[in-house]
Design a protein around this ligand. Structure first.
Ligand code: AMP
Length: 399
């Protein structure tokens, strides 16, 4: 699986359109709390500028659902990008409106234009052809460097590729790095290979769990999704998060793990609380003794010790999804302890983006991780063995 390569394009003095993923987390004051995704895009942008290009950048931010919503403006991104690139970044006031079209058309070489939030246009998520066409008309070359959104068939990710032939489109450096890394991880991991899977729901990660089973040696389950498994095992889970329609599926996963000889770990104790709030009364109980009406919001200390023990000999760790409600300090301990252990281990450690990346960044461990992906959903779909819709059109056709 070889990607159309950015360095193979004849970009000299041309206008390029780069789909980036600047969907960064913001705090309540609108400050960017983690700029990893913006920093990760810089090498592709600088390469194009070094080729004397005029560079048009586009991204989505949050879910404004086709409406212009001030708080989802890319203005803070433009400011951060300006600092990182050390040059002016012009922000268009719209996506494909009069302002964006005019600015794109007149953009001189060595200048950078950022379009407004792509999802201000409802056509973006519908893969609308008209929108793709308008975006494509802005430049002579198309580069996709938005790994985090490449599992979506959206106008600026999939539809737009139809307007460029193979000598006018390519994967950016970030996209290429991510795809290559995950291909290697799945095809030739150094064993033992463990997956730590957490987060809120089984449903979101069901396929990934099923597909990971034949590839890994151990799976450690945490977060809200653990309770569907615990319930299926016959435990009382009180008011914890559960997906009753997936109980059977949970059983199948556990059966399959047994059949394949994959060690399947579930929490043995949990931190329970009377309500979903940071000031809730909480206590540690064993998985067998969750009281009625209490909800499990983190893994307990015995589980942390157990998981550390199980992770001790692994050579590759893939982690996707927090062990508890890490956004609340009270329920962040399990995730934090596992993060420290993973970060200190000699294994190759991989974080599958999203919340888990945010978590290690918050506790300052991001430098200690071998690879932090910029795409949670996209990396999971890659691990499921899917060819992503944003990547398929950028593959070199064989023969
Ligand atoms: P996901 O998007 O599926 O990776 O889920 C991440 C979210 O799961 C985070 O916002 C966590 O707060 C949440 N989460 C983790 N553990 C629990 C739990 N035990 N109960 C409810 N939510 C949880």
């Amino acid at each position: 699986m070889e990607l159309l390569h950015l360095k193979s394009l004849d970009l000299k003095d041309k206008k390029v359109f780069i789909r980036c993923d600047f969907n960064v987390p913001m705090d309540e004051f609108g400050n960017i709390s983690d700029d990893r995704r913006i920093r990760s895009a810089v090498s592709t942008i600088n390469y194009c500028l070094d080729q004397d290009c005029a560079v048009i950048l586009a991204s989505h931010l949050g879910r404004p659902k086709g409406e212009v919503v001030e708080r989802y403006s890319l203005a803070p991104v433009a400011r951060r990008l300006q600092q990182l690139l050390k040059r002016h970044v012009e922000l268009a006031t719209d996506v494909v409106g009069v302002d964006a079209m005019k600015k794109a058309q007149e953009l001189p070489r060595h200048e950078v234009l950022l379009l407004e939030n792509l999802r201000y246009e409802s056509g973006e998520t519908q893969n609308d052809e008209e929108l793709s066409k308008k975006l494509a008309s802005m430049a002579e070359f198309y580069i996709n460097d938005a790994f985090g959104v490449s599992h979506r068939a959206h106008s600026s990710v999939e539809g737009i590729t139809k307007f460029f032939d193979d000598s006018h489109k390519a994967a950016g450096f970030l996209l290429e790095r991510e795809i290559k890394f995950f291909a290697k991880l799945i095809n030739e991991p150094v064993r033992p290979f463990a997956a730590i899977v957490g987060g809120s729901k089984v449903s979101g990660k069901l396929e990934a769990l099923v597909n990971l089973l034949p590839k890994v040696d151990k799976i450690f389950i945490g977060g809200g999704m653990a309770f569907t498994f615990l319930k299926q095992m016959g435990y009382n889970i009180g008011a914890s998060l559960v997906e009753d329609d997936l109980l059977e599926e949970a059983q199948k996963i556990m059966d399959e793990a047994k059949k394949l000889g994959v060690k399947f770990y579930l929490p043995v104790d949990v931190i329970v609380a009377e309500k979903f709030a940071s000031d809730a009364v909480s206590k540690i109980v064993t998985a067998q003794e969750i009281p009625d009406n209490w909800m499990g919001l983190d893994i307990g200390p015995a589980t942390v010790r157990l998981y550390r023990e199980g992770l001790n000999d692994v050579q590759t760790v893939l982690w996707n999804g927090p062990m508890g409600v890490y956004e609340m300090d009270k329920f962040a301990r399990g995730s934090s302890k596992i993060a420290h252990f993973v970060a200190d281990s000699y294994a190759t450690t991989v974080i599958g983006g999203g919340d888990t990346a945010d978590l290690v960044q918050r506790i300052g461990l991001d430098e200690e991780i071998s690879f932090i992906s910029t795409g949670g959903g996209a990396s999971l779909e890659l691990l499921e063995g899917k060819i992503l819709p944003g990547v398929a059109p950028l593959l070199i056709k064989e023969g």
